[in-house]
Design a binder for this molecule. Structure first.
Ligand code: GDP
Ligand code: MG
Length: 440
């Protein structure tokens, strides 16, 4: 998205305020990105209207392009609509606190019930009882029992022939008598929203007075999200949303749709089939995902602060000529350090999450930059300009000066060679940061 947007907007001449036609043109791309991310149409419309109001006439901050400016306005608006802060599950009520899980069949209610119970038990040290009120699917109660056994969570003993409301009452009673802090009520779903389902949910709610009622929905829910969320909220009254299958390809537009029509927060997300695959909802991350970009916005923000434009330009000129000496490398390393180190930079780029884990594992941390800078500082200016003269004795002296092994010096020199080669290949392009920034 950001590519396309800046493509359009950077053609615009001059700076100053964004005009209505600039913004409208950009919003066509935004609309397309939202629809691709499965955001429901009415929500797309209200969202773009809000952005329009905010963007038209907005001053384009110096040092960013109009394209970057609009990306940021869109992003901020999206975060605002998703809810600026993560809202956790609320247990602030007299025990046993009842949490009722509602949603369509197959949305992930039973799995998420066990995940939440596990987290409350292991992380928050609560005593949790789970009960399946699903008398429709033959093995549903058994499924929860097995999950309970696997995760060390108690489940309400199964009594054949009881209806959902009776089971619910029995669960509350058992939780009270057993001294549980939390009782999780896993309900039955239907393939479609229907009156019978809503009626059943309303009855269970009346019998148990849950403190939280979480609507469990698949992240791939598209245009149905609005109807789904409105129906459950109007008939049952939800307190929050649990979004499952965020490990899939879906971009999670349903989060925006459901939040927008109900005003209820997404409290938790499911990221896999395993019981540990549960995460808090981070609006910024979802906003990035919906827009189809990594955290480019904060990269822009940080970059604007940290990078000295003049230095960058000088270096770019040098690199164009194919020069990249150790002095330049030291400068790059210092800038990387300012940006929060390798992990900070990598974490902000799209699709690098996995690589970042490997980097962390390899311990390529911020200390690495400091060590490398120390090595370069131990060199004479001549050595920095002409690394080729660095033979064994010089390396030894440098290593001693930096308080490190010769192996570290060799590693640095090898990295420098590789980078210098890469720079040549990248050819006449602005340099590492210029390259990164020009992708915006
Ligand atoms: P219910 O009918 O709403 O109770 O749905 P279930 O909890 O039985 O889940 C239906 C299927 O979805 C099961 O195969 C789960 O393993 C799977 N599932 C649930 N949550 C997630 C998730 O976050 N990610 C993935 N990949 N699968 C999930
Ligand atoms: Mg179930």
């Amino acid at each position: 998205l950001s590519d396309r947007l800046s493509g359009i907007l950077d053609k615009l001449t001059g700076r100053g305020a964004l005009s209505e036609s600039d913004v409208n043109e950009a919003l066509r791309e935004v609309r397309r990105a939202l629809i691709e991310a499965d955001v429901a149409l009415p929500v797309v419309r209200s969202f773009t209207d809000k952005v329009r109001v905010r963007a038209v006439g907005a001053e384009v901050v110096k040092s960013v392009t109009p394209g970057q400016m609009v990306v940021k306005i869109v992003h901020d608006q999206l975060v605002e609509m998703l809810g600026a802060d993560a809202e956790p599950i609320d247990l602030n009520a007299p025990a046993p606190v009842a949490i009722m899980m509602v949603g369509l069949q197959g949305s992930g209610k039973t799995t998420t019930t066990a995940k939440i119970a596990r987290r409350l038990a292991t992380r928050d040290k609560r005593r949790v009882l789970m009960a399946s009120l699903d008398t429709r699917r033959p093995a549903a109660q058994e499924q929860l029992k097995v999950l309970g056994e696997q995760n060390g969570i108690d489940t309400l003993p199964i009594v054949a022939g009881q209806g959902p409301v009776d089971i619910a009452r029995r669960a509350i009673q058992a939780a009270r008598l057993g001294g549980y802090d939390v009782v999780m009520l896993d309900t039955a779903g239907r393939i479609h929203i229907d009156e019978a389902l809503m009626h059943e949910m309303a009855e269970i709610k009346a019998a148990t007075n849950p403190h939280e009622i979480l609507l469990v929905a698949d992240a791939l829910t598209g245009q149905d999200a609005v109807n789904l969320a409105t129906s459950f909220d109007e008939r049952v009254g939800i307190t929050g949303i649990a979004l499952t299958r965020m490990d899939g390809d879906g971009r999670g537009g349903a989060a925006l749709s459901m939040r927008a029509v109900t005003g209820k927060p997404v409290k938790i997300i499911g990221t896999g089939e395993k019981a540990e695959a549960l995460e808090d909802f981070h609006p910024r991350r979802i906003a990035d995902r919906i827009l189809g970009m990594g955290d480019i916005v904060s990269l822009v923000e940080k970059a604007a602060e940290a990078i000295d434009a003049e230095k960058a330009a000088k270096m770019a000129a040098k690199m164009q000529k194919g020069h990249f000496d150790l002095e330049d490398l030291a400068e790059q390393l210092r800038q990387m350090e300012k940006l929060g180190g390798m992990s900070g930079v990598m974490g902000m780029l799209p699709g690098i999450g996995k690589m970042k884990k490997q980097l962390d594992a390899a311990n390529l941390d911020d200390k690495m930059f400091k060590r490398q800078i120390a090595i370069i500082q131990s060199m004479t200016p001549e050595e920095r300009r002409k690394p080729d003269i660095l033979k064994a004795s010089r390396k030894k002296r440098i290593a001693a000066g930096a308080g490190l092994d010769v192996a570290e010096v060799n590693k640095l020199l090898k990295m420098h060679r590789q980078m210098a080669d890469m720079m040549k290949l990248m050819g006449k392009k602005k340099g590492l940061f210029g390259k990164m920034m020009s992708g915006l």
